[in-house]
Write a new protein. Structure first.
Length: 264
């Protein structure tokens, strides 16, 4: 486990249902990165905005996936974010974890936002993803997943926590920002893990407004970084492995956690 993990948040507006414009815009944003970055986090559906128009879905041979590979190699960092993705007859709100060497893993959003009809256009995921990068265990999730603490739960297995960093990528509307800002530190506290969350800003094609409120919280739920509301910003923060290890050893909450099983 590297002593420090450098995490970059990309809080920005998105162009509605215009993958090419978004890829060009985001490439400009990534050019603002200064110094080390191990992981670069983009918003949910970073190439279209939160759309139900699955004609814009990417595929394994699509431009957006190739763009992620190119950007990861260029910046020598993991690029992660979600996009609509077609596989066979199904479409998914799929988070891609793209490494600099071109290897990638995926997580399909489990909790689809039925109030916007997401469940009518996309297939729900069945499995969580835990990746290991530079010795850090990382669990990336998507937007509405935030409201379901069991899905986010950091279990203790063989005296080791499932993950060290919890990530949420989102298109979370400004009108529900109180819930967003309340649940993020709660998830960090209850799971004794760092938490990084990236939300978009601006107005989408459905005239829904987004304030951003992206940020990083430590294992005690304290803000390490919180971007300006409605601000277009790229920011990199260092996470300390020693601080996390020391806190977990001094206050081993996970050892008293209840055992549970998720039935899908």
């Amino acid at each position: 486990m590297t002593p420090n993990l450098y995490v970059s948040l990309v809080q920005t507006r998105l162009f509605w249902e215009d993958p090419q414009a978004n890829l060009e815009w985001l490439a400009e944003k990534l050019a603002q990165l200064h110094g080390n970055s191990d992981i670069i986090i983009l918003p949910e559906m970073f190439n279209t905005g939160f759309s139900m128009n699955t004609s814009k879905a990417d595929t394994k041979d699509g431009k957006s996936l190739q763009w992620m590979a190119d950007m990861a190699a260029k910046h020598n960092a993991v690029i992660t974010g979600s996009l609509m993705f077609r596989e066979g007859n199904n479409c998914f709100n799929r988070l891609v974890w793209m490494q600099p060497d071109g290897f990638f893993e995926c997580y399909d959003k489990r909790h689809l936002f039925s109030m916007a009809g997401e469940h009518l256009h996309y297939t729900a995921g069945q499995h969580r993803l835990i990746v290991v990068y530079k010795g850090w265990k990382i669990c990336p999730l998507i937007c509405f997943d935030l409201r379901f603490p069991i899905w986010s739960r950091n279990a203790l297995n063989n005296s080791s926590c499932d993950y060290d960093l919890l990530i949420y990528v989102a298109n979370w509307p400004e009108k529900r920002s109180f819930a967003w800002k309340s649940l993020l530190p709660a998830r960090a506290i209850e799971n004794q893990a760092y938490l990084a969350a990236v939300n978009r800003i601006g107005m989408d094609g459905n005239e829904i407004n987004y304030a951003g409120d992206s940020g990083i919280f430590n294992f005690q739920g304290e803000k390490i970084s919180l971007t300006e509301r409605f601000g277009d910003k790229v920011e990199t923060i260092a996470l300390s492995a020693k601080a996390l290890k020391d806190f977990r050893e001094a206050f081993p909450v996970a050892a008293s956690a209840d055992n549970f099983q998720i039935l899908l």
